[in-house]
Design a binder for this molecule. Structure first.
Ligand code: BV8
Length: 251
């Protein structure tokens, strides 16, 4: 069901006029693929933890097996599902707007899987594992060489395999952040999709764009920390409103 009313005429005209659109996506983008959003990623037996307690280098240092198992469970959940029609709508929009870039906080790789070719991963990718000391990539064979959880790293004596994601308290990949900041300061449209706008520095990108003169739109079924700053809010979901946007722009 496409919610055509989600994009009123005057907003649609401004979107159509955009030359340098930028997308900021968060966990809500993958919610309709069945992947719990980050703030509710801790369901079941994980519910006694907060994400900020597991997604940190300290947690990994103290409880490597617990942290590794949480990521293994999330990796399995991601591999058991697919990008949704919202991801595919953004890939279709890129065909209309070759300059479209997606800056994502998500670690599931679903934008790329759906066919988007210009994706900046601010927080890494859960499908990749690296050495906890050297940061070198571990292959599936190296991961499967041991049944320890987490597997030992072949690159450093005390090294362990860790997910190639940015934990709280860790710096974002410098090149990715630099490019995202530069694009946000030069875009003429920023659409934030499915993010609560809590995690920094990603959450500052829409405000940077807006202060630099861009039209800032938010797509989210709920109010967020970013909502008051948006020039227009689409209270809908990614898998409903994004195909509708593609349809409206194609009309
Ligand atoms: C850093 C990878 C410095 C791991 C993640 C104040 C200012 C600046 C920084 C800080 C600050 N206070 C604290 C900090 C530090 C911290 C931070 O921001 N903490 C938060 C809790 C306040 N930031 C950091 O530590 C960052 N690093 O600052 O480094 C530094 C510099 C130099 C040297 C050393 C250090 C690192 C942050 C990255 C953390 N890693 N992920 C993993 O995934 O396990 S963040 C994690 O949160 C995910 O990536 C997630 O994507 C991201 C943001 O969450 P959201 O995507 O917004 O998801 P959420 O669940 O919150 O919301 C979902 C939304 O979707 C909701 O609004 C919902 O309504 C909506 N929704 C639901 N269904 C749908 C939908 N929308 C559309 N359609 C639907 N169907």
């Amino acid at each position: 069901m496409n919610d055509l009313s989600a994009w009123p005429g005057e907003v649609l005209e401004k979107i159509q006029a955009a030359q340098r659109p930028l997308i900021l996506s968060g966990a809500g983008m993958s919610a309709e693929s069945g992947i719990p959003t980050f703030r509710d990623a801790l369901t079941g037996h994980w519910a006694r933890y907060r994400p900020e307690e597991l997604a940190t280098p300290e947690a990994f240092a103290q409880h490597p097996r617990r942290v590794w198992n949480w990521y293994e469970e999330r990796r399995r959940a991601i591999r058991a599902t697919r990008p949704n029609v919202g991801h595919h709508a953004l890939a279709a929009l890129e065909r209309r707007w070759p300059t479209l870039v997606i800056v994502t906080q998500n670690v599931d790789g679903f934008h790329q899987l759906a066919g988007s070719s210009s994706v900046i991963e601010l927080h890494g990718n859960i499908q990749r594992s690296v050495c906890s000391i050297t940061g070198e990539r571990l292959s599936d064979e190296q991961l499967l060489a041991s049944d320890q959880k987490p597997p030992p790293s072949p690159y450093a004596r005390e090294g362990l395999a860790r997910p190639d994601v940015v934990w709280f308290g860790e710096a974002l990949p410098a090149a990715a952040l630099e490019r995202a900041l530069s694009l946000a300061s030069r875009c003429d449209l920023l659409l934030a999709i499915g993010t609560s706008g809590v995690v920094q520095p990603a959450a500052s990108l829409p405000l940077l764009a807006r202060d630099a003169g861009a039209l800032f739109l938010e797509l989210n079924p709920e109010a967020t920390a970013l909502s008051p700053h948006a020039q227009h809010v689409v209270r809908s979901t990614a898998a409903v409103a994004l195909p509708a946007l593609v349809e409206r722009l194609a009309a």
